[in-house]
Ligand binder design. Structure first.
Ligand code: SAM
Length: 249
């Protein structure tokens, strides 16, 4: 997989050189290019932003450097192609990122990430990008970060760990929280040694060595934890019934 990141702060992406993603890059499973958006500016101040039309606070990212960056990274006359690259523009108003989207992106051969800053992207950046490359606007959650870099780090890490060969034991991917093989439930509680610590004991079920019973216990724990913490993740038939309050009169 080839990943390119467009950012005003290339150093923000340095953690990608560490740990499992770093090893995936070293071993050639993933190729990474981090590009400073200011490369595609032409004035003395290397300007990438300007004031918003219509007034309002803050600055907006101008479209020209993004257009030139795409021309260079994709080639000048590309059109969206199902087998071609996919561009992810990070924005709090995008499609919520989740494990299903991570799995979808892990199947791609080439991903580009655009990190916004200030008040975000001039709307024409996404509009134009859609004519050149498959483009998704993606949000990592209902909160606002200062820039897209931390969001890109989260998305890239979640995607790269699903690329075959990156995680040593692929089975560890199937039993995780949100994993399709795990009914998208939260993970059951996990324990290691010692068996008793500060008065807290590992549940006895885990010592009996009966695989089917351990699996059943874990399944029940995962379901109970999901019911308590994230009932919205349960299948519709298991969702708690919400009783609407009667209005006045
Ligand atoms: N004014 C924008 C709004 O209200 O939607 C927020 C701009 S934010 C301060 C600057 C940049 O951070 C965004 O362009 C985006 O790239 C990134 N960003 C912030 N929060 C994000 C989130 N939840 N998901 C993805 N990217 C985010």
């Amino acid at each position: 997989m080839r990943i390119d990141v467009l950012t005003l702060f290339p150093d923000y992406l340095s953690p990608l050189r560490l740990s499992l993603v770093g090893r995936a890059i070293e071993t050639g499973l993933v190729e990474l290019g981090v590009h400073d958006l200011r490369t595609w500016t032409h004035d003395r101040h290397r300007t990438v932003d300007d004031t918003p039309y219509g007034g309002g606070a803050g600055m907006v990212l101008r479209p020209e450097p993004w257009g030139e960056a795409l021309d260079e990274l994709l080639g000048p006359d590309t059109a969206p192609d199902a087998d071609g690259p996919r561009l992810i523009l990070l924005t709090p108003s995008g499609r919520p990122f989740d494990q299903a989207l991570a799995a979808e992106l892990a199947d791609e051969r080439r991903l580009l990430f655009g990190c916004g800053r200030y008040e975000g992207f001039d709307a024409r950046i996404a509009e134009h990008a859609r004519t050149r490359v498959r483009t998704d606007e993606v949000s990592v959650g209902d909160y606002v970060l200062n820039g897209g870099e931390v969001a890109a780090l989260a998305v890239i890490e979640a995607v790269v760990r699903l690329v075959p060969g990156v995680i040593g034991n692929p089975e560890s991917l199937t039993e995780e929280s949100h994993a399709p093989g795990h009914d998208r439930l939260l993970e059951y509680p996990v324990y290691t040694k010692p068996p008793s610590w500060r008065g807290l004991d590992v549940p006895a079920e885990l010592f009996r060595g009966h695989h089917a019973r351990i699996a059943a216990w874990r399944q029940e724990q995962a379901r109970a934890r999901t019911r308590e913490r994230r009932p919205d993740l349960l299948p519709p038939a298991e969702q708690p019934v919400v009783v609407a309050e009667a209005g006045p009169g």
